[in-house]
Write a protein that binds this ligand. Structure first.
Ligand SMILES: [Mg+2]
Length: 386
């Protein structure tokens, strides 16, 4: 069997004002995705997602760097192809981290989709004989707002059956802490509250935050500092006896995770399959987590293809603790599949068909097709010296 073509599809939808969210990574005025399809000479094809990264840049890496390596190769040799694309072609062309790894990751997901279709098994069953039937997810939905409104939203999510919810921090220390305390009071002690600063604190503020958050019994503090400040995360973790430090959505490849682990800078690993290098690389990160006794909490804030593959991984990996579910307004999650993947009582079953087990909606692909350039979100400077 041979790979005959690799096609990309850029999708984007503007968001109405009431669907826009505001975090340290900027105001999200649109949602976008770059899908990739790998075709073969025997009728099998696979679909993957390169997350919502800058479309034309990723497309160019796929066309100019990865496609020439892959055309004519056997798609069943996934692990060898990954190595060839990364070590022999990619690292020189696009560097060892970043957007080139996202391009490779999207193709890798499509190759796993093909492997599942050839073997007539859903991805989770390719990975283990005994996957979980349903995956526990927590809701990412609580963005900065008036405290009573955040509390109201938290109550609504609990009523929908979620047992965990994430609160976005990183704007104003006092307000951040007020919101966490108010949500804890509303939801009671038997409810998981995750917090996420999206790299919005400097070390001094993060130190004060973990002291207060510890009293509120939060499940973790995510991305407290800029991602390259590994020593800062290590120092924070050393001083944070009650609050686990979670990192991973902006780390690519197992090498990046290894650096965090070896410097004692992380408690919870949060790889995003469409950003970290695909299924193959997420499996390596999961193995690393097992070796070091760390839990895995898959990051997922994107399109429905990414959601599907993440569910398969979370169902198959025995050290997967809880997975993220993006509850914000996102037609690329809710409309992209013929059968939308929706939570019930805070859990979702991975699709049951072979491979990723998904059918894309041709109407949605037409509706959200986008030929233009993606705008760039600007991060705000981190908070220090409160
Ligand atoms: Mg996050």
């Amino acid at each position: 069997m041979k790979i005959t073509d690799i096609k990309t599809l850029r999708l984007r939808t503007p968001l109405p004002p009431e669907g826009q969210v505001y975090s340290r990574t900027g105001i999200r005025r649109s949602r976008s995705a770059l899908l990739v399809e790998v075709q073969t000479d025997e009728g099998f094809s696979g679909i993957g997602s390169c997350s919502g990264g800058t479309g034309p840049v990723i497309e160019s890496i796929i066309d100019k760097v990865l496609k020439p390596v892959l055309i004519g190769k056997d798609p069943r040799n996934i692990e060898d192809l990954w190595e060839e694309c990364y070590f022999r072609a990619g690292v020189k062309a696009f560097g060892s981290r970043g957007i080139g790894v996202m391009a490779l990751g999207g193709i890798d997901i499509a190759l796993w989709d093909i492997r599942g279709k050839i073997k007539k098994l859903p991805l989770c069953r390719l990975l283990t004989d005994t996957p979980r039937e349903r995956v526990e997810v927590y809701a990412t939905a609580l963005y900065p707002d008036e405290t009573h409104k955040v509390v109201q939203q938290a109550r609504a999510l609990a009523a929908e059956g979620f047992r965990g919810v994430k609160i976005k921090l990183g704007f104003n220390f006092a307000k951040d802490m007020e919101i966490v305390k108010a949500v804890r009071k509303e939801l009671g002690d038997d409810f998981a509250i995750m917090t996420d600063a999206n790299m919005g604190y400097e070390v001094d503020v993060a130190m004060k935050a973990v002291a207060v958050l510890g009293d509120s019994g939060v499940a973790w503090l995510e991305e407290p500092l800029f991602v390259e400040n590994i020593a800062g995360h290590a120092s924070l973790r050393f001083h944070s006896s009650k609050v686990p430090i979670a990192v991973g959505e902006n780390l690519q490849t197992c090498f990046a995770f290894q650096q965090y682990i070896s410097q004692g800078a992380v408690d919870v690993l949060q790889p995003d399959v469409a950003r970290a290098g695909g299924v193959s690389e997420t499996l390596k990160i999961a193995a690393l987590a097992v070796k070091h006794g760390l839990p895995l909490a898959l990051h997922n804030w994107g399109d429905a293809v990414t959601l599907a593959v993440s569910l398969h991984l979370a169902a198959a990996l025995n050290n997967s603790s809880i997975m993220e579910f993006d509850c914000t307004y996102n037609p690329l999650r809710t409309e992209l599949l013929r059968e939308s993947l929706e939570p019930k009582n805070g859990t979702i079953a991975p699709p049951s068909g072979p491979g990723l087990g998904i059918d894309l909606s041709t109407e949605a692909l037409k509706k959200y097709f986008f030929a233009g350039e993606e705008e760039i979100n600007f991060r705000q400077k981190a908070i220090n010296a409160i």
